[in-house]
Design a binder for this molecule. Structure first.
Ligand SMILES: Cc1ncc(COP(=O)(O)O)c(C=O)c1O
Length: 367
């Protein structure tokens, strides 16, 4: 702090979060009735029909404050995963929980370690806390957990692993994660962001719940924004040791998760068909996109998620060219990646076809 400014000096280095979808004023200039928004890793299939029915009932409770501790939802999640409710944290999106975990561990003089190309909330929260941020290079577009473990030092308090990773779509295996966890000292809290875990198809994808059940020191973050398709309601949950959830309880804002979201989350979990339905939709859509990208000679990473990271060196402004054709994808420069990298979410069959046809049209002009 200087004598002339009330503001924390370390905030100067922070670049604000860039959402996937361009702002309304830019989208408003695109001459299409509907855009294919493939930029935000949403589940285009939408939520369970039960959620839509429950929203009508929830309207009758809008004049009441929600359950501050989200006890019913915590009970449902705990029963489903054979955990104790004291091991469940609920947040205003899993973003909220990332921020809270950084705040209970990190301050000036401490360090947060994460991968160089990953979901930016942890980076923003770490810099906001005044902690030192160490970004570890990736290997083959994947978190290098050996290098991340080596980067951990005496000041490190939190290490963030996004698995499968946004934006690369790649994953770390059970064996890699096991080795990584064994190597961490006690003063470090490992946080695994599993926003896309329901989409992972690999048999080697780790199951971290038994570790949480055994009381190991690690947190697993999950969300209702992706496979459950209610991002507008803002709700996510964490599976954590109770000495972590008790600290989150101390500093989270009162009523941080609204009642409509809590109800929608409970109802989402009650529909056993939602996950298989959304997975099948994703496998079909991703399969189509992969086949068409192969045909067009466009490379992509091995994605365990509902999106693909593609590489297209020419034209330089692919996302602008696509936008002119009514298709929105995500350039990845703000994730620290090179300008040829983009992220494309699996959309509806119609949206996927629109993307492929637009790509065909654009690439024909460059080859
Ligand atoms: C890896 C990852 N974590 C967390 C989130 C945020 O999820 P939520 O909507 O629960 O805050 C996203 C959203 O895109 C994500 O990609």
């Amino acid at each position: 702090m200087t004598e002339t400014s009330p503001f924390l000096p370390w905030l100067d280095a922070i670049q604000p979060y860039v959402p996937g979808k361009p702002p309304k004023d830019i989208l408003g200039q695109i001459p299409f009735d509907s855009l294919a928004n493939l930029a935000s890793n949403e589940n285009a299939l939408g939520p369970s029909h039960r959620v839509l029915e429950a929203l009508g009932d929830a309207a009758a409770t809008l004049h009441r404050y929600p359950d501050d501790r989200a006890q019913t939802l915590k009970g449902v999640v705990a029963a489903r995963l054979d955990l104790d409710p004291s091991q469940i944290a609920v947040g205003n999106g899993s973003n909220d929980l990332i921020d809270l975990l950084v705040r209970i561990t990190s301050a000036p003089g401490t360090e947060v370690v994460m991968s160089e190309h990953s979901f930016p909330t942890c980076r923003i929260a770490a810099l906001g806390s005044g902690a030192k941020l160490t970004l570890v290079p990736q290997k083959n577009d994947t978190h290098d957990l050996v290098a991340m473990a080596a980067a951990v030092g005496p000041d490190t308090r939190l290490v963030y692993v996004c698995n499968p990773n946004n934006p690369t779509g790649t994953m770390n295996t059970e064996a890699e994660v096991d080795r990584f966890l064994r190597s961490l000292p006690d003063h470090v809290l490992p946080v695994f962001d599993e926003a896309y875990f329901e989409y992972a198809e690999s048999a080697e994808f780790p199951d971290l719940v038994p570790r949480v059940r055994r009381g190991e020191r690690l947190c697993v973050l999950r969300t209702f924004s992706k496979i459950f398709a209610i991002p507008a309601l803002r709700i996510g949950y964490g599976l954590c040791p109770s000495d972590v959830t008790s600290r989150i309880e101390k500093i989270r804002l009162p009523f941080n998760v609204n009642g409509v979201a809590q109800q929608a989350a409970i109802v989402s979990l009650s529909d056993a068909a939602q996950i298989p339905r959304a997975r099948a939709f994703n496998v079909a859509g991703k399969g189509y996109l992969r086949r068409e990208l192969d045909r067009l000679g466009v490379s992509y990473t091995n994605s365990q998620t509902n999106f693909l990271m593609i590489s297209v060196p020419e034209p330089k402004e692919l996302s602008i060219e696509l936008l002119k054709r009514g298709v929105v994808i995500r350039p990845l420069v703000s994730f620290g990646l090179t300008p040829d990298r983009y992220r494309v979410t699996v959309g509806t069959p119609h949206e996927n076809e629109r993307f492929v046809h637009a790509m065909e049209d654009i690439l024909r002009g460059t080859r």
